[in-house]
Design a protein around this ligand. Sequence first.
Ligand code: ATP
Ligand code: LTN
Length: 329
Amino acid sequence: MTKPNVFSGVQPTGNIHLGNYIGAMKQFVDLQDEMNCTYCIVDMHSITLPQDPKQLKETTLDVAALYMAVGIDPAKATIFVQSTVPQHAELSWILTCHSYTGELSRMTQFKDKSRGSESAPTGLFTYPILMAADILLYDTKYVPVGNDQKQHIELTRDLAERFNNRYGETFVMPEYKGITVGARIMALDDPTKKMSKSAENIHSRISLLDEPGKVKKSIMRATTDSDSVIRFDPAGKPGISNLLSIYSVFTGKKIDEIVAQYEGSGYGQFKKDLVEIVNNYLAPIQEKYYDIRQSDELIRVLKEGTEKASAVAERTMKRVREKVGFINI
Ligand code: ATP
Ligand code: LTN
């Protein structure tokens, strides 16, 4: 039996954090043995907001190295950079012509990111269509992402269905693949917001490359509520619940077990232990990252990834061009 296809992507915008890892990248690793996985560094998505060109090249390689450092094995999964496969832009245009401004206006990420600016970049508005193209090019069955991306997967399904209805069966219907604990890791300084790469306060997040001292500071000053009881209650106690989720993912212990373990002890001991757990978890990832980032292997892996991804993407595009009536000469 053929393995189901999995596709996902991360933007090369720096500061890859525990939210990105727990919500998305950890799943990438967990799925690579059972499924046919393709993981992309979505540089074309990142330019929907202004980027420094020199820095973008570096952060693109940083994310590729991080993919491998967290355990994605290029012998099992394809790793490539979105802009090196032009079929993404091509399919994105065709899908744009089958989408409506109304449905795009409802995307909450667009509303969040364009808030405050009178005239948002068009790319920010059409961002989810490019994401749909990414997914549909690879006959994707499962898309492992954090829960903030669920709405974009719904739109992808709508676009696929619309296209299939109009032209006949062309695209596989993709599904969101989430996790139960940690699908939305919250900001440490304000647990009502999601942990984000772009937040100004560096202590709102823990980046995968943070050094131990920084991790300690961020966790020890993380916002918790006043009653000092360790209990999992995301609505009533969002701060401590968020830390419990991180603790659970990094130790493999169930939340209930952790709560029982800390019964009667205050936040201090719990936070101290969490600092150690996070630092121990990140140390080997960081060591591997610096090795890979400097090696020639990285470029080799990305070149091979481009070749493999291009072959699949071109196969899909041939089908799509034929369906919409583009001539083949
Ligand atoms: P931004 O700072 O613009 O919000 P981002 O942190 O969402 O950026 P992306 O590259 O857009 O970064 O996201 C990569 C993956 O990480 C996506 O699958 C996204 O759903 C997931 N993700 C991002 N933030 C979180 C979070 N706080 N909790 C869980 N998953 C997350
Ligand atoms: N929009 C996603 C990144 C992304 C993606 C994709 C995720 C772009 N293309 C395709 C899964 C599949 C985000 O994380 N903000």
